[in-house]
Design a protein around this ligand. Structure first.
Ligand SMILES: *Cc1c(COP(=O)(O)O)cnc(C)c1O
Ligand code: SF4
Length: 349
């Protein structure tokens, strides 16, 4: 899905000297994309294959090696595996689970730009992701229509320039860090020139799934901007944070980046007080503050991950009794047409 010129393709072919340290682009293009290979590599039962292939038809399997290495072989219930391996339940049609649950099309004044909340605009900075998460609310997203040309980027930038109420530009996707540093550096330089902008935020899973993405080239453009930089990572389970992720996070923090995390509450992945408490503790060890815990967006193909609201509220109330206040994520849902993420509380459940 990522377009590359033949010249840059050449660059990603590892040479002997790079063998032990393939660059992030090689890891991105070398991500595992075959459900049969995924099952074989993890010593899983062949009986899972028909379901995996059916799901793969709807939204392709994609797992980078660095993430695969954190999955326990032989365990179909591994919490990381469940995020990447399709199960036959994906083909179930469940009432209320739809292809565009957030109705984002309504808030798209320019291609690739979503302006839904006061003071913040979201820019779709890349059409692709490094990993395909089975519960993703963008699994049916028409990325083809949202991969921007240079002219469209200039249009989106004009929109930001002409609305002085905008304080923060949020790069999202897909995953914005699946884009090249050259493209990102260009974009951030343009944003930097807009006087009313104060902050640059990136919503990304790349530092988690391919920690080598946080290299000197990336740190150079992130440190060069006058904008305050915030990175919202996406981590759902403590096992996702290995030493390489901790090291990537510490480089980001040294570059002055504020690190936050958002998770999605997922059946079979993190739907227990122990798991969520361990996640918050581990995040803080890595220098990341818990920000949001989202209830699942009702996207078709993901209903089997759903945790009902009343159960979510009970879980989070129990979590609050265990954790320091600053380790508590805010339990929220995305409601079409609301002016902010909507908190779930015991009062409105
Ligand atoms: C979530 C989101 C934001 C950011 O919201 P915060 O509450 O500031 O994190 C901005 N724009 C859109 C379209 C969003 O979905
Ligand atoms: S990285 Fe984020 S946008 Fe990409 S598939 Fe996963 S949840 Fe969706």
């Amino acid at each position: 899905m990522i377009t590359r010129s033949p010249a840059s393709l050449q660059r990603v072919i590892p040479t002997t000297t790079e063998k032990n340290d393939p660059g992030w682009q090689a890891q991105l293009s070398g991500a595992l994309r075959d459900p049969r290979v995924l099952l074989a590599r993890l010593e899983l039962d062949e009986g899972l294959l028909p379901g995996a292939e059916a799901g793969h038809e709807l939204f392709e399997v994609r797992v980078p090696e660095a993430y695969l290495a954190r999955i326990r072989p032989g365990d179909p219930n591994d919490p990381l595996l469940r995020q990447v391996l399709p199960f036959s339940a994906e083909t179930d049609s469940v009432q209320g689970f739809v292809s565009d649950p957030l109705e984002e099309a309504e808030h798209t004044p320019r291609p690739g730009l979503i302006h839904k909340y006061a003071g913040r605009v979201l820019l779709i900075a890349s059409p692709a992701c490094a990993i395909n998460c089975r519960y993703c609310f963008r699994r049916h997203f028409p990325y083809g229509e949202n991969s921007l040309s240079r002219a469209q980027w200039n249009d989106a930038l004009d929109y930001v320039r002409n609305d002085t109420s905008i304080r923060e530009a949020i790069l999202s996707g897909g995953d914005p860090l699946a884009s090249s540093d050259k493209r990102l550096a260009w974009l951030v330089e343009r944003l930097d020139e807009i006087p009313h902008l104060k902050r640059l935020r990136l919503h990304t899973r790349l530092p988690v799934v391919i920690p080598d993405r946080i290299d000197d080239t990336l740190l150079a453009w992130m440190s060069a901007t006058r904008l305050q930089t915030v990175m919202v990572l996406h981590i759902n389970h403590a096992h996702e944070i290995d030493d390489a992720v901790v090291a990537a996070c510490s480089r980001l923090r040294e570059a002055g980046v504020t690190l936050l995390n958002q998770s999605v509450l997922l059946r079979g992945v993190n739907d227990s007080v122990e798991t969520l408490a361990a996640l918050s503790e581990r995040l803080f060890e890595a220098g990341i503050l818990p920000y949001y815990l989202h209830v699942l967006d009702p996207v078709s193909g993901a209903a089997h991950f759903n945790v009902p609201d009343d159960e979510a509220v009970i879980l989070v109330n129990a979590l609050r009794e265990r954790l320091a206040g600053f380790l508590m994520p805010r339990l929220v849902r995305e409601v079409p047409r609301e002016k902010s993420k909507t908190p779930l509380s015991s009062c409105n459940s």
